[in-house]
Design a protein around this ligand. Structure first.
Ligand code: MN
Length: 731
C-alpha cells in the first residue's frame, strides 16, 4: 500500500465510528508530518511518516479516539525528531494538540535504568502522572505497540531493552487502563524477544493444537449457539486458544510443561443484557460439567480496573476442559478497550445515539453532572496520583514523594544523614533553591558535606513530608538540647503570661509533680526541650493544664478581691480565638489545617471531636467513632484530643462512607445507583462484593451537602428491596 492509500484507510476507519470527525484537521496533521519527516527513513527502509500514520491507525481502530488524538498521533514525533516546535504546532493546529504531542515526547525522555520491582511500579505511576491528559498515555501506548510490531528491524540489544520496558511498564499500564487486547499483544510481542525459545515452543504447540482442537471448538460453538437460539437469548459465541504469554506465565508459575497446562481453550459469550449473562451461565453449566471452585462472578464484584464478567471452567467431550467468559457487549468493550471505551461514550453523548446502553457505566464511574470529556479525563487523572510526585535520583531510581515536595523532602527520604549534611542541590543539573517545588520526572542530586552545619529550623516549614519533618526534629532534639531547653522555656513562659499565670505558680513544689504527670514528662527540662525542637507547642501543653490554670486564676482573683475588699463582677468567659475551615471551628487553635477522618467521615450535624495529628493539622472524627472514644485514648494521645464544632459557615459538600448489607440479587447495584441519582448524590467510589451465603456487602463513598441529605439517602436506600441494613461505618 502506498502512503496515500494508508491515509485513505485511516480516514475510512475513523468515518466508521465518528462520521463527524474533523477530517480537515486530520489531513492537515498528516500533510504536516509528511513534510516534517521528509527524507527520514525507518529501519526497514520505508518513509518515516509511515510510523506516525500506523500509530494513528491504532489510535483510531483500537481506541476509537477523537480528532485531536488522531492529529496528535500523526504529529507525535515532530517536536522530538524534526524542526517543529510546540509554538508552531500550537499555532497551526491547537494548543491542546501541541500539549498532547509534547506530552508524548516527554514520556520518551524518561529513563528506565533500574530493574527493581518496586521501582517499576513507581515508573508506571510516574508515566501516568506525567500524562496530564489521559490521551497522552493512550497515544504513547499505541506508539509503543507499533514499535513492538516492527521490532524485527532493530538490533538484538535494542529488541531486548524495549521488550523489557514494554513487559514491565507499558503492558501493565494497558492493563491498568483496562485495554486487554493491547496488553496481550504487547506481552506476546515482548515475550518473543525476551525468551525466543519459550515463545517458539508455545506458539508451535498452539499451532498444532489449533488443528487438533478445530473440530472440538466448532462443536462447542454450535452447541452453545443452538441453546442460545432455543432460549431466545441474543448474543454471540467466540472461541480461541489462549495467548502465548498467558500460557507462558502459567507454565512458569506452576512449574509445568506446556502439555500439563490444563485449559488452553477459552470461549466467550457476549450478550446484550445483564440478566442474560446469568441465563447463559445456566445454559453452559447444563451443557457441560463445571469444574468446582472455578466459577467467579466479576459482575457482582468488578475488578479494580472495572473489569466485569462471569468466568467458569467446564469439561467438554473427551474430558477436554475449557474456560467460558460471559459478559454484556458494554462490559466487553470496557474489558477490551478500557478507559478509551468510557471516553468514547462521553464523546458519543454529545450527539450520537446509544447513550442508553452506557448509562450504567456513567452512573457508576463518572461524576454525574455535566462534565465534558476533557474535564472527565482530567479528573480521572487527578484522582489517580494528585497527591504524589515522582522524581529520579542521579542513579535512575524513582523516589515517590508527596506532591509539593522540595529537595529537603527528597534528601531526607534518601537518608537522614543525607538531609543533615545537605549543602546544595541540583535539579536537572542546575543548582536550585531548597524550597523549589519538585516536578514529575525531575532528576535531583543532593550535594553533601561533612562540615555542614545541619538543618535549619525553617526546614520543618519547607518540608512537605512528615518523614522529613520528623527527621529534622530528631536532629534538633539530639544535637541541640541545651538550646532547645532555653527556647522552649521562653516560649512556655510567655504563653503562660498571656493567661495571666507565672511560671512560679505552676512550678511550686506542691504543684509541679501533678503538672508533670499530667503532661507526661519526667522533668521540666525534658518538657522545655520538647517544645524547643518542635515536638509539641506551648499552646497545646497549656491547653491540657486548663483546670490548673483556671484554679490559679481564680486564686489570683480572690486574692485581688480580698485586697480591694470590694465585690468583683465575674468576668464573662472569653472564648478562645477560633477559626473555621471546612465549616469546622477548632477551639483554642487558630489557623490550623482541618481534615475529616477517613474512618468515620463526619458530616454537618454529627457530634464531632478533633485530634491534633503529627504534622497534618486537626483530624475531625465523629464523637461515636471508636478512635475518638475516651476509653481508647492512651495517656500519650490524651492531650491531642480537642473540642471542635460545626460552624454556621458550611462547606459545600462532604465525603462520607455508607455500608449497605443486602440479600444479593440481580439489579441490586443498579437500584442503588438509581437512588443515588434520584437524591442527586454524587458517587465517588463503589465497592460491591458478595459473600458465600448470598449476601451483598456494598461500600459507597458519596458526597453530600450535610446531615439532612445523608439521612434522606439512607432512608431511601433502606427502602430498596432486599436491603437489610444501611450503616455509616466508624473505626
Ligand atoms: Mn513514535
Amino acid at each position: 500500500m502506498t502512503i496515500e492509500e494508508r491515509y485513505q484507510k485511516l480516514e475510512e476507519t475513523i468515518r466508521e465510528y465518528n462520521p463527524s470527525a474533523n477530517f480537515d484537521l486530520i489531513r492537515a496533521a498528516f500533510t504536516y508530518a509528511a513534510i516534517a519527516h521528509e527524507g527520514q527513513l525507518r529501519k526497514d527502509g520505508s518513509p518515516y511518516v509511515s510510523h506516525p500514520l500506523a500509530v494513528a491507525q491504532i489510535v483510531a481502530e483500537e481506541l476509537h479516539l477523537d480528532s485531536e488524538s488522531i492529529a496528535a498521533a500523526l504529529l507525535h514525533d515532530t517536536i522530538e525528531d524534526t524542526g517543529a516546535t510546540h509554538e508552531e504546532v500550537s499555532r497551526r493546529f491547537s494548543p491542546t494538540i501541541a500539549d498532547l504531542v509534547e506530552g508524548v515526547s516527554k514520556l520518551n525522555r524518561v529513563q528506565y535504568t533500574s530493574k527493581a520491582e518496586e521501582q517499576m511500579e513507581n515508573l508506571r505511576k510516574m508515566l501516568l502522572a506525567m500524562s496530564k491528559d489521559i490521551r497522552v498515555i493512550l497515544v504513547k501506548v499505541a506508539d509503543r505497540l507499533h514499535n513492538m510490531r516492527t521490532m524485527q528491524f532493530q538490533t538484538p540489544d535494542k529488541q531486548k531493552k524495549k521488550s523489557f520496558e514494554t513487559m514491565e511498564i507499558y503492558a501493565p499500564i494497558a492493563h491498568r487502563l483496562g485495554m486487554q487486547r493491547i496488553k496481550w499483544e504487547l506481552e506476546d510481542l515482548s515475550l518473543k524477544y525476551l525468551d525466543p525459545i519459550g515463545y517458539e515452543e508455545i506458539t508451535s504447540v498452539l499451532d498444532a493444537k489449533a488443528k487438533e482442537y478445530q473440530g472440538f471448538m466448532k462443536e462447542v460453538h454450535q452447541q452453545i449457539t443452538r441453546r442460545l437460539n432455543e432460549g431466545g437469548i441474543h448474543g454471540y459465541v467466540y472461541g480461541r486458544l489462549k495467548h502465548p504469554y498467558s500460557i507462558y506465565r502459567k507454565m512458569f508459575a506452576q512449574n509445568k510443561a506446556i502439555n500439563e497446562i490444563f485449559d488452553l481453550i477459552a470461549f466467550r459469550v457476549i450478550v446484550y443484557s445483564l440478566p442474560d449473562c446469568y441465563n447463559v451461565l445456566g445454559v453452559v453449566h447444563d451443557l457441560y460439567k463445571p469444574v468446582l471452585g472455578r466459577f467467579k462472578d466479576y459482575i457482582g464484584t468488578p475488578k479494580p480496573n472495572m473489569y466485569q464478567s462471569l468466568h467458569t471452567t467446564v469439561i467438554g467431550e473427551g474430558g477436554t476442559p475449557f474456560e467460558v467468559q460471559i459478559r454484556t457487549q458494554e462490559m466487553h468493550e470496557i474489558a477490551e478497550y478500557g478507559i478509551a471505551a468510557h471516553w468514547k461514550y462521553k464523546q458519543g453523548g454529545k450527539g450520537s445515539g446509544d447513550e442508553q446502553s452506557y448509562e450504567w457505566v456513567r452512573r457508576l464511574l463518572e461524576n454525574q453532572e455535566g462534565t465534558d470529556a476533557e474535564e472527565f479525563i482530567h479528573s480521572l487523572k487527578v484522582d489517580m496520583f494528585a497527591d504524589e510526585v515522582f522524581v529520579f535520583t542521579p542513579m535512575g531510581d524513582v523516589i515517590n514523594l508527596p506532591s509539593g515536595a522540595t529537595p529537603i523532602d527528597f534528601a531526607y527520604s534518601i537518608h537522614s544523614a543525607v538531609g543533615n549534611h545537605m549543602v546544595a542541590v541540583k535539579i536537572n543539573g542546575r543548582i536550585a533553591q531548597f524550597d523549589s517545588r519538585l516536578e514529575n520526572g525531575d532528576i535531583v542530586e543532593v550535594i553533601t558535606s561533612q562540615s555542614a552545619h545541619g538543618p535549619s529550623r525553617d526546614w520543618t516549614k519547607i518540608a512537605r513530608s512528615s518523614e522529613a519533618r520528623s527527621k529534622i526534629r530528631q536532629w534538633f532534639k539530639r544535637e541541640r538540647r541545651e538550646e532547645n531547653i532555653v527556647t522552649g522555656r521562653a516560649s512556655f513562659e510567655s504563653e503562660l503570661k498571656r493567661n495571666g499565670v507565672s511560671l512560679k505558680d505552676l512550678t511550686g513544689d506542691d504543684v509541679l509533680p501533678g503538672v508533670l504527670k499530667k503532661l507526661c514528662y519526667n522533668s521540666l527540662d525534658d518538657m522545655y526541650a520538647a517544645i524547643g525542637y518542635g515536638g509539641v507547642t506551648s499552646l497545646k501543653l497549656i491547653g491540657r493544664l486548663r483546670e490548673d490554670i483556671q484554679r490559679i486564676q481564680q486564686a489570683h482573683r480572690q486574692a485581688e478581691q480580698a485586697a480591694k475588699e470590694e465585690p468583683v463582677v465575674p468576668k464573662p468567659t472569653v472564648h478562645p480565638k477560633s477559626w473555621s475551615e471546612h465549616g469546622v471551628v477548632v477551639e483554642g487553635l487558630s489557623n490550623c489545617l482541618v481534615k475529616f477522618a477517613k474512618c468515620c467521615t463526619p458530616v454537618p450535624g454529627d457530634p464531632i471531636e478533633g485530634f491534633i495529628t503529627r504534622g497534618y493539622g486537626v483530624s475531625v472524627h465523629r464523637a461515636d467513632c471508636p478512635n475518638a472514644a475516651p476509653s481508647r485514648r492512651s495517656p500519650d494521645e490524651h492531650g491531642r484530643w480537642i473540642r471542635v464544632s460545626w460552624s454556621d459557615q458550611i462547606k459545600e459538600t462532604y465525603r462520607t462512607t455508607i455500608h449497605v448489607i443486602a440479600k444479593d440479587r440481580v439489579n441490586l447495584v443498579m437500584d442503588i445507583s438509581a437512588v443515588l441519582a434520584s437524591t442527586k448524590t454524587r458517587l465517588m467510589m463503589m465497592n460491591a462484593r458478595s459473600t458465600a451465603d448470598n449476601f451483598a456487602l456494598i461500600q459507597l463513598e458519596v458526597e453530600v451537602g450535610g446531615g439532612d441529605q445523608l439521612q434522606g439517602l439512607i432512608r431511601k436506600l433502606e427502602q430498596i428491596s432486599g436491603v437489610m441494613t444501611v450503616k455509616r461505618p466508624a473505626g
